[in-house]
Write a new protein. Structure first.
Length: 198
């Protein structure tokens, strides 16, 4: 059956970031009757909230990977170091679907902007324009698309940053893959990526 014809009139619904209290409930809610401290070591839930920035899909995928790893190793408690390991599991489990879709739906200009934000941490439009060498209008349009797709966020001073720290590793991984496909060599230090607090 050709399903594409059935989706002609589908309406896109924007599902954006959860509030921290909602995200906390999503992480801890499925474990009713058991105190959070018995499952999660101190700081684990906060680290999951930080690296996902309460993005619903990323939050669910990372929480699931953390609990799956806990169960497979037959441990009683999730430690903070398990979060970093679970991030790699998320990329492994969702790399060819969710994350590939994110990357293939970004054009070259958007990828340049993401790369600049990844390297700088945050930047305004002028800085992104100067770093990229692209026209300001083109950069502005690219950033609007990235904002709409929840890949970046902007504050009151119009300074942009990646929407969630986990996206930093995703961008790094895609830059490595793109570089390899262009026949370049890879610096082995880029294969080990850590997410540092902002």
């Amino acid at each position: 059956m050709n399903w594409s014809g059935y989706f002609v009139n589908v309406q896109t619904l924007k599902v954006s970031f959860l509030q921290p209290s909602e995200a906390y409930q999503l992480i801890t809610g499925p474990i009713q009757g058991v105190p959070v401290e018995q499952i999660f070591d101190q700081g684990v839930v906060e680290e999951i909230l930080r690296v996902t920035n309460c993005h619903p899909f990323l939050l669910q995928a990372l929480s699931s990977a953390v609990i799956d790893a806990l169960n497979s190793r037959r441990l009683n408690k999730v430690e903070i170091s398990d979060v970093a390991k679970a991030i790699n599991i998320v990329f492994k489990n969702w790399g060819n679907t969710y994350f590939r879709d994110l990357w293939t739906r970004t054009d070259a200009v958007q990828r340049i902007c993401l790369s600049i934000l990844n390297k700088q941490g945050s930047a305004d439009l002028l800085s992104i324009e100067q770093q990229s060498g692209l026209d300001g209008q083109i950069v502005s349009q690219a950033m609007e698309v990235l904002l709409d797709r929840d890949l970046v966020q902007v504050n009151e001073q119009r300074v942009y940053q990646l929407a969630a720290p986990i996206l930093s590793k995703w961008i790094e991984c895609n830059e490595v893959v793109a570089h390899r496909s262009e026949g370049g060599s890879i610096d082995s230090s880029r294969n080990s990526i850590t997410l540092s607090p902002q």
